[in-house]
Design a protein around this ligand. Sequence first.
Ligand SMILES: [Zn+2]
Length: 145
Amino acid sequence: MARAAAERSEADATVHILWQMDHAGGGMPEKLCAVELTTRQRSKLERITGELGSLGMCLPGSVVVRTGRCGKVACSCRDDPPKLHGPFRSWTRKLAGKTVTRLLTEEQLDDYRVLFDNHRRLKELVHELEDLTLSIIDADPRWKT
Ligand SMILES: [Zn+2]
């Protein structure tokens, strides 16, 4: 399947970049050239990267569970009280700029819930890490303005 192949090559690219960063001496420097991290910044950095390292699998996208009526006039979904169709557990995510939607079974949603939660936490941690890094490099005396 073409989509699976595209996803796989994207994943390979990510691994390749991570490998390069690792071998270029990336990671968690104790000290930047001209900026000393405060004790508080260092412990925050350790907390974030530690949590990132133990996060586990992450599933992107959002799930909406809904019930609904169909277009048929004579259907139990129009009864009083109505017997609605569903629930439909609709998982939506972006893939190469396009919205992709798939329906999950109840069991799948139960299984995947922790993976969705992990992804939400991943995004929070990435933002925290970015904010922390921005505040650290802000103290760099080499800024001209
Ligand atoms: Zn119906």
